[in-house]
Design a protein around this ligand. Structure first.
Ligand code: PLP
Ligand SMILES: N[C@@H](CCSC[C@H](N)C(=O)O)C(=O)O
Length: 392
């Protein structure tokens, strides 16, 4: 039975690999070089040098292609390296459209390419479909989408934008950053996108012990260009990290299931406390229906506004169980203030122009006991409110 006949939860666990010693788990090929049988045989051998290819990386890439259900997958050494590989294939003057609401690091890299490589970058509110239809034109070379956005949890109509872009310019490359959803919850290629990439540093690995990125496409021409840059620059994922990612992936569905369940309960708890909560799992989310028309779950990242930056800082100060750190998708819960952490790489004036909420707290929910998570947040909120109250 081919792997594609199994459901995704089975495909995640079933890693296809061949080993002459019949090892149950794929071995790590911690080797830079691969010997040639002869000078002439070298050109037909699959491996010569790990920058160009490595058997452990190949096992991982084939495994991910089976999970995603696509033709080509490449793994690189971070989520940002995925975007770098994609942008490196563009030429000066190419027209690129991206959101004004996207991960800070993506914003930084896009603007670096704009300044240093003359990319004709324009950023818009990608949630506004009629605006997107006005700005997408026959010269639009690439569109970068992210949904739900990190950390404002806004939702983009992926299918509508993608089909419109391809109608106006069949050569337009629509790229989707699927870090917030993973292939378990969303399939951007099935929604019409040309390239799906994501930071495997987050949910895919799930344990915050490696940096990794995944690029997926069904198009042979794009796959060729992607591989060219990876091989030419050396951003391919290292063998040990590939091995760790193969291991981490196996628990993706049970981790995510528990994380989502916990996140939903925290969202309800915070909403009942009177905070403005941003989470697509809540029916009150303005794009709840749109989100669930293109995804199978809400993920485990929520954000909420307290109405007071000092109160937000004090809540973060007083939690014990949540670690104050960037990133998400790990088994342990995290708390952060995006303005000063994950999105600090965006110019302050630009953030102000975009009305980025200063008091926004982001929670990245892990697999701990929900009673402990709520109790921790509850005591922190009580303490923070008491301190704020005494200063008023
Ligand atoms: C939505 C999103 N995309 C891409 C990245 C970049 O991934 P990495 O940190 O693995 O480079 C991040 C976080 O860093 C992210 O949140
Ligand atoms: N100092 C880092 C910040 C990384 S933010 C990581 C993650 N995507 C998140 O959203 O928390 C940087 O400069 O990139």
């Amino acid at each position: 039975m081919g792997n594609q006949n199994y459901n995704i939860n089975t495909r995640i666990v079933k890693v296809g690999h061949e080993d002459s010693n019949k090892a149950s788990i794929p071995p790590i090929y911690q080797s830079t070089t691969f010997k040639a049988d002869s000078i002439d045989a070298l050109s037909t051998q699959e491996y010569d040098y790990t920058r160009s290819g490595n058997p452990t990386r190949t096992t991982l890439q084939n495994h991910l292609a089976s999970i995603i259900g696509c033709k080509h997958v490449y793994t690189v050494n971070s989520g940002m390296a995925c975007l770098d590989v994609i942008l490196s294939n563009l030429s000066p003057g190419n027209e690129v459209i991206a959101g004004t609401d996207l991960y800070g690091g993506s914003d930084r890299l896009l603007n670096f390419f704009k300044k240093r490589h003359d990319l004709n970058l324009n950023q818009y509110d990608t949630t506004n479909l009629s605006l997107m239809k006005k700005v997408i034109n026959k010269n639009t070379k690439l569109i970068l989408l992210e949904s739900p956005t990190n950390p404002l949890i806004n939702v983009i109509d992926v299918k509508a934008i993608t089909s419109y872009a391809h109608k106006v310019n069949p050569d337009c490359i629509v790229v989707f950053d699927n870090t917030m959803m993973t292939p378990l919850l969303m399939n951007p290629l099935e929604l019409g996108c040309d390239i799906h990439y994501e930071s495997a540093t987050k949910y895919l690995n799930g344990h915050h012990d490696i940096m990794a990125g995944v690029l997926a496409t069904n198009r042979d021409d794009l796959a060729k260009n992607i591989f060219f840059v990876i091989n030419a620059t050396g951003s391919g994922l290292a063998p040990f990290d590939s091995w760790l990612l193969i291991r981490g992936l196996k628990t993706l569905s049970i981790r995510l299931e528990r994380e989502q369940e916990n996140c939903m309960k925290l969202a309800n708890y915070l909403q009942n406390k009177g905070f403005k909560v941003r989470y697509t799992g809540l029916k009150s989310h303005p794009q709840y229906k749109l989100h669930f028309s293109q995804a199978r779950g809400a993920g485990a990242v929520l954000s909420f506004e307290t109405g007071n930056i000092k109160l937000s800082e004090l809540i973060i100060k007083h939690v014990n169980l949540f670690s104050t750190t960037v990133s998400f998708g790990s088994v342990s819960s995290l708390i952060s203030l995006p303005l000063k952490m994950s999105h600090a790489s965006i110019d302050k004036n630009v953030l102000a122009e975009r009305q980025f909420p200063q008091d926004l707290i982001r929670l990245c929910v892990g697999i701990e006991d929900i009673k402990d998570l709520i109790a921790d947040l509850d005591q922190a909120i009580t303490l923070a409110k008491r301190q704020i109250g005494s200063k008023l």
